[in-house]
Design a protein around this ligand. Sequence first.
Ligand SMILES: Nc1nc2c(c(=O)[nH]1)N[C@H]1C(S)=C(S)[C@@H](COP(=O)(O)OP(=O)(O)OC[C@H]3O[C@@H](n4cnc5c(=O)[nH]c(N)nc54)[C@H](O)[C@@H]3O)O[C@H]1N2
Ligand SMILES: Nc1nc2c(c(=O)[nH]1)N[C@H]1C(S)=C(S)[C@@H](COP(=O)(O)OP(=O)(O)OC[C@H]3O[C@@H](n4cnc5c(=O)[nH]c(N)nc54)[C@H](O)[C@@H]3O)O[C@H]1N2
Ligand code: SF4
Ligand SMILES: [Mo]
Length: 735
Amino acid sequence: MQSSSLRVVHTVCSHDCPDSCAVRVTVDGTGRAIKVAGDPNHPVTRGFLCGKVAKYLDRVYSPQRILHPLKRKPGAPKGPSAQNPAAQNNDSPFERIGWDQAIDEIAARLHQTAEHYGPESILPYSYAGTMGLLGYGSMDRRFFHRLGASQLDRTICAEAGGQAWNLVYGRKLGTGNQDFAHSKLILAWGANIHGNNIHLWPFVEQARRNGARLIVIDPYRTRTAALADWHIAIRPGTDAALALGIMHVILRDGLEDSAYISQMTHGFATLAERAREYNPQRVAAWTGLRPAEIEQLAREYATTRPAALRLNYGVQRSENGGTAVRAIAMLPALTGSWRERGGGAQLSLSGSFQWNKQAIERPDLMLASPLGRPARVVNMSRLGHALTELGSDPNEGPPVHALFVYNSNPGAVAPNQNLVRRGLLRPDLFTVVHEQFLTDTTDYADYVLPATTFLEHEEIQGAYGHTLAQHSAQAIEPLGEARSNVWLFTQLAATMGFREPCFLDTPSEMMRQALDPDENGFSRNPGMQHISLADLTSRGHIALQLGEAEDSLPFCSGTVETPSGKIEFYSDQLAAAGLDPLPAFVAPAESRLSPAAEKFPLEFLPRKADHYMNSTFANLDGHRKMEADTTHRVEIHADDATPRGIADGQRVRVWNDRGSLTLAAMVSGRVPPGVVAARMDWGKLSPDGQNVNALTSERLTDIGAAATFYSTLVQVEPVQVEPVQVEPVETEPLR
Ligand SMILES: Nc1nc2c(c(=O)[nH]1)N[C@H]1C(S)=C(S)[C@@H](COP(=O)(O)OP(=O)(O)OC[C@H]3O[C@@H](n4cnc5c(=O)[nH]c(N)nc54)[C@H](O)[C@@H]3O)O[C@H]1N2
Ligand SMILES: Nc1nc2c(c(=O)[nH]1)N[C@H]1C(S)=C(S)[C@@H](COP(=O)(O)OP(=O)(O)OC[C@H]3O[C@@H](n4cnc5c(=O)[nH]c(N)nc54)[C@H](O)[C@@H]3O)O[C@H]1N2
Ligand code: SF4
Ligand SMILES: [Mo]
């Protein structure tokens, strides 16, 4: 191939990762992508990609890609099946059909379902398979709103922490990545920076070269923890106690910034009173740390200037995780750390992007639906409940009769997998899945539709780990008959006879609407007024202009977008809802501190894999090799393994009242005593056909009604060799 015929296209990694990398795709003269690389001109990507996406062409051109619409053969039972869509043999439960037939039949079935049971019996189920603005939520939202389908409360990831943060600060702004380089102390709290957010790492390293210390608070010894100066292996679900303990020491020793507190915050006196209850001795008993460690942590945090907190979403995946995030988020407001470059905190920067979402999602279309009102809301973290119990009380609306999945793999990622699968197995449930691969979810589909990857469609995108708006050009033609989410829902809307002009909008038109340009073509959105679609398209990425108050030093002065206009230690909103307006520690119902631990004494961390993206990539050989050391293993501390007679490598059963997994024990120093951990894989690639979510519950968080993956109790025991079945013989019964 002549190099002259190569072109380089600016795309954006659309996976659900804070980094939203700028990816340069090299395409040869035949239209085939031959190389992906991080854009060296992007200030956060800085020329490198993570190990997962560096191998992206293995995914795009995988022989296992779904390339054509598939329909379940008459009589073929739902349930686990092969992952090779090309297998058109008798074993395959699917047959290949054309797009026209697929769209016609699906539209007809949705129409019948809506007529017969009411449109709310249709449930869309999607998350962030793509974070592209259009693919994540545009034509799909319009379609389901106009149809009158149930609305989905997207709580599987970040709602507890997001709402908790907003209760304190009003908006998800925070310390920019580049500013971490100026820190003297970086506190990674429930944040696996090296595994999940690798593009923050160079700034952490830069700070450390200038003398900064890295402290990691995480029950698991992650790659980040292993690289830290101090790893604090807190007990899962006890972070609110630790944060209150830190406050106790700060206030007892007068290390707070009184001027900042009086200027910027609301409810300090009540918080101070609450914090007095959390002396280091009490906090130590809950968290498993020593009182001296709590004292040292508090003093180091409050006196090292500037100190930056990277609080990711690990803390809030537990029952009282909302409160824990609220308490932790208050720390930089007590020390006045927001005033210092290299101080403050970052949970998510997504609030920096103010796209015109109303314009692309069109919630007003719900009023044009046959319901004529907003449809009921179904919580995605209770999918099992939604498919098996919802609607048994008529006040809840109809049971779910049709499920439309895209951008997600609930058969693998949703909690209480056995309940979810019981729902998915219902013969009367009509299920459509739009996917790139034959996942744990497509196994239950009536129709499987082929989806494009981010190389195959055009997008614009924000980020939750940096503040650059980006344009992702289409690098290659869609493989086979793969089509984008926008295309799919445009076709369905046309076939269902939706006549509103917005259903004719092209992707370019919707990108324009998201930017909301004035007559000169420049966005009217705050922070984007220097951005036009033409510039964004030609340059690939443009930094938002946030002004000092929002960008590098948000919350350093001025008003805050909370009801009081201040940073809220005390929340009148929570008080009005009948909840504790101040943070407090309450032990999760599933933790070693709860009665349930008598039966199931071990705290289970059903973790994300470092080399997969949730369940994405787990089916690719190259990625599986990188993850081989922990695949099908449960990590257990020697203190828990030895008394159970468990040796390294031995087959064990990990179980609770919801499910059971057979895994190999890995006696590991990465988990502390009392904690066991395993990684999320595809169920159908695992020994029992299930993954870690067979053990997790549908219990919801205190704030945000979100999933509680990290509040899960289990027991672990060696697998007994099954006794050989023999013919019964006549003997005296043993007494
Ligand atoms: N490699 C890789 N990168 C990813 C993902 C992936 O699957 N793989 N997923 C992406 C997604 S969807 C998201 S939301 C982000 C999330 O990124 P993170 O928020 O970093 O996500 P987690 O790995 O869930 O949690 C972070 C850490 O919190 C720890 N943790 C668990 N329970 C507790 C607790 O009670 N207290 C404390 N202090 N820590 C606790 C976990 O052990 C984990 O190491 O990462 C994204 N990036
Ligand atoms: N035990 C346990 N469970 C967890 C977590 C955990 O840490 N532990 N993490 C939770 C979190 S934080 C999250 S965010 C969720 C994530 O759960 P999901 O949102 O299900 O994320 P993925 O597993 O990455 O699956 C996304 C799917 O979307 C598909 N996809 C990608 N792009 C497109 C597209 O353009 N169109 C269509 N139609 N499909 C596309 C991919 O092929 C992939 O199968 O999992 C949650 N579940
Ligand atoms: S997954 Fe994250 S780190 Fe990897 S390329 Fe995508 S955005 Fe970058
Ligand atoms: Mo997530």
